[in-house]
Design a protein around this ligand. Sequence first.
Ligand code: GLA
Length: 393
Amino acid sequence: MSLLIDERTQTLIDEFQKHFGAAPQYLSRGPGRVNLIGEHTDYNDGFVLPVALKRDVRFVLRPRADRQVRVYSLEFGEEGSFDLDALRFDPNRLWLNYIQGMAWSLEQEGVRLIGIDAVVSGNVPRGSGLSSSAALEIAAAHAFLIASGQSVALSGPRIAQLAQRAENQFVGVNCGIMDQFISELGRANHALLIDCRSLDYQLVPMPEAVSLVISNTRASRSLASSAYNERRAQCEEGVRLLRQALPDIRALRDVSLEQLEAYRNLLSETVYRRCRHVVSENKRVLHCVAALQQGDLAKAGRLMNASHESLRNDYEVSSPALDAMVEAMRSAKGCYGARLTGAGFGGCAVALVQAGCEQAVADAIFAHYPKATGIWPEVYTTQAADGASAEQL
Ligand code: GLA
């Protein structure tokens, strides 16, 4: 089957030719994601319901005979290179560390890689909560695997875990498994229910009558990483304290709302509220899956609204910009529900929208959000897309 080469891929091919003086042999891609519901649950062994986006990171590449890697980034307009036998964090080229980290993680797993020449480019907005880093890691994983003739060596969930390990241990960001998992395993027109403990997953068809409108607050997320780590620590503390009464629990996933209420006196007010978000959010994810399966979009929207309220009041990861964005989206005709998506503090919000009403939601955003915040947002309409791929050109 010949591959359909769109304009973006053609640009990559042309750049490769210019840069390396030959034609690339393979194309790999990893998409960004938007999470419908299930926020800050992945690192608590809980449930999430993301979809993969059409926006992605792509590599075109050619295997080399040695263990050198040379990658030209179109967005950064620069080449980075490294030796697979001397992988080390590069403080001058942060983007390259995701690629080095992926190589490191694959080799740690016992997958022997060969070097590549590659051109990389992405259209997932960076630093906006749509997982451009996971997209880069997953696209890099498939670039290395196909170049090394190892495309079938690893399962999808394992590739996602190795990408998470690259980000945790090589790049040094303490993320959960959701972003890499959906980038790897997403499917067009489906959301993916992921059990972040067992890594079992289930495709959930998106009703045809629905669209997703994503809106980028373009507000700074400077607090995001320190606050993310603090929330993780508070969840762990919650588990440690609740174990005095519930010795068998391993994570907040194992706690019911009734148990949390019964043993609330063991927790500080803040830790109690953090736990209440996670425990209630896990329930909302499962209810949202049922609502989508029944085509009850109004209910799915209400659950998304409730998720936002919980993230704002109990987990305290919203921001004035995100609240203004969500309010603007909800004011539009045809919006079933809206919430912040990703880690929070800035970045994007997502709305579940009746098909045909996308423009009304965009209009409402542009009418209200800039007035409330002084910031001009970006709006993307999307359908759920396929996860990662790698092909011969
Ligand atoms: C970031 C992390 C994910 C997840 C979300 C919050 O996107 O990378 O693993 O924890 O935040 O749901």
